[in-house]
Design a protein around this ligand. Structure first.
Ligand code: ADP
Ligand code: GLC
Length: 485
């Protein structure tokens, strides 16, 4: 039996992307399709999404969706069904998905994403749109998290409400807003409760979704364990522990149609595990793009949001050591102004050795994966992480902090793994100046042992990070939820 799932996300590649959530939401329909799941993606109608919407069909007109006129439009994302919430008063504005051109969050984000979630819940329940109810509503992160709560409080008594799954891509972002918004959410008074939407006296969107969902997933088994502790749970650890029987970790896959060095149009030269020598053309292209001098040591790359989560402050402080060890760095990223400055300063201290590109550049990120020798991912926490997976597929050796999905997807080149030929990268414990510097030194030493280095690259390229296993895991979860108890 085909199950119909409505996947609600605030971004999905290729229509709108600010980070890994987009890659995952964009890849899921293909990932679960082979297991008999028909997934519809639902997105907010930002200008970029409206532009990408071809031959849209009107599903529903709202005269008043939490105070705004809106339409649900049906189109396609790739070959899969897409529903867009076109609400110009909420989404038709210059700037990003979550904030203005200066990176300040939109002040009405609570309303934008409450409206999105409410429409999603109503569509999933078959209350709008004229179709049958969906079997499962799958909500991603806080922006979609109110959908399970709307299902529960507005449609839960109908007996036919879809089951709901809440996926945490990053528990650090919780969507917490002043209690004064509660009366404007269109929820019954009963929803204002400790096991409802109330969160430390405020309204908590992610909290509400976690309370209401039939199942909770996060994007790696290690992160699923970590968020049970105060250091990682960020206030929600108690709730995660209380619901632990319904929390699972399913690691992200990568989309081989988009991330495959054998036919990636962004590469100067394509290559496979058998033609690794061709990578050098990409390395030269990266050096050229960044204005780096050629050198004998490894070319490190970073492709990242420049934030505290990603450990970028510590990385900036290790760059003198990286250069002294014979390494060079090409960094692509954007984020905190202070971090951008720190990297600019390092580049000024080390011209030709450290180069920084501030901005977002999808094709350049592919070229860097295909040409860099090693990627640095020194995250303080990392629910899954995708850049290390792309790196593995592209023969760029990941150097990662042992946390979350980084711990689950990289095999450290310790003595045993090197002897067994199973190493795929370098891991280090606890992000400090020392631990990262040591990891960089280890990487440089390994790089100068070409046979070992080549074996690590090949082992990474041969690892299976396709969606096959994880797609099946999501499909099994949907099926379990829908099967009669
Ligand atoms: P997160 O979602 O926490 O930022 P992930 O590693 O899961 O981290 O996903 C990040 C995604 O965004 C990857 O697809 C990565 O290649 C991409 N990315 C991050 N920064 C940039 C950038 N400046 N330019 C292009 N792509 C980027
Ligand atoms: C979040 C996490 C990242 C994860 C991505 C996709 O942005 O920070 O670790 O890979 O979501 O699940």
């Amino acid at each position: 039996m085909t199950l119909r799932v409505l996947s609600l996300a605030s971004e999905a590649f290729p229509l709108v992307k600010t980070g890994g959530l987009a890659d995952v939401a964009g890849a899921l329909p293909d990932a679960v399709g082979p297991a008999g799941i028909e997934m519809t993606v639902m997105l907010p109608g930002y200008p970029v999404v409206m532009k990408g919407l071809k031959r849209a069909k009107l599903l529903h007109h709202y005269a008043d969706l939490l105070g705004h006129e809106a339409r649900l439009l049906r189109g396609k994302i790739g070959v899969h069904p897409l529903v867009v919430l076109d609400a110009p008063g909420l989404f038709d504005r210059d700037g990003g998905a979550y904030g203005d051109q200066n990176g300040r969050d939109w002040a009405d984000n609570w309303l934008r994403f409450a409206a999105f979630a409410k429409a999603g819940a109503e569509l999933a329940a078959g209350v709008v749109g004229g179709g049958k109810p969906f079997d499962v509503l799958h909500a991603h992160d806080w922006q979609a998290a109110m959908a399970p709560a709307y299902l529960r409080f507005l449609h839960g008594d109908k007996g036919v409400a879809p089951k709901s799954v809440m996926t945490i891509h990053n528990i650090a972002f919780q969507g917490q807003f002043a209690r004064t918004i509660f009366p404007k959410l269109g929820l019954p008074p009963a929803a204002w409760a400790m096991d409802g939407v109330e969160y430390y006296g405020d309204v908590g969107f992610l909290k509400a979704g976690l309370e209401a969902a039939d199942a909770i997933t996060t994007v790696s088994p290690t992160y699923a364990r970590e968020i049970r502790t105060p250091g990682f749970g960020m206030g929600l650890e108690g709730l995660i522990v209380a619901k632990s029987d319904r929390v699972t970790g399913i690691v992200n896959g990568i989309d081989p149609a988009i991330w495959n060095p054998a036919h990636d149009p962004a590469l100067a030269k394509t290559f496979t595990v058998r033609t690794l020598a061709r990578r050098v053309a990409n390395k030269r292209a990266v050096e050229q793009a960044f204005g780096l001098e050629p050198g004998d040591g490894p070319l490190f790359i970073v492709i990242s949001r420049l934030t505290w989560q990603k450990g970028m402050d510590v990385l900036a402080a290790t760059l003198d050591h990286l250069v002294a060890s014979g390494g060079r760095l090409a960094l692509l990223g954007s984020g905190d102004a202070a971090l951008e400055n720190a990297f600019h300063q390092a580049a000024a201290r080390h011209p030709g050795r450290v180069a920084v590109r501030i901005g977002y550049d999808e094709p350049l990120s592919h070229l860097m994966q295909g040409g860099g020798d090693a990627i640095l991912v020194p995250s303080r926490f990392e629910p899954c992480g995708l850049t290390q997976l792309y790196a593995l597929a592209y023969g760029c050796v990941p150097v990662v902090a042992r946390t979350g999905g980084l711990a689950d997807t990289v095999i450290d080149a310790n003595v045993a793994a090197l002897a067994a030929g199973t190493a795929t990268g370098i891991q280090f414990d606890g992000l400090t100046l020392d631990s990262l510097s040591l990891a960089i030194s280890r990487t440089v030493r390994l790089y100068h042992q070409p046979e070992r280095w080549g074996a690590i690259q090949q082992c990474g390229m041969k690892s299976d990070f396709s969606w096959t296993h994880s797609g099946r895991a999501y499909a099994d979860l949907y099926a379990r939820l829908c099967s009669p108890a």
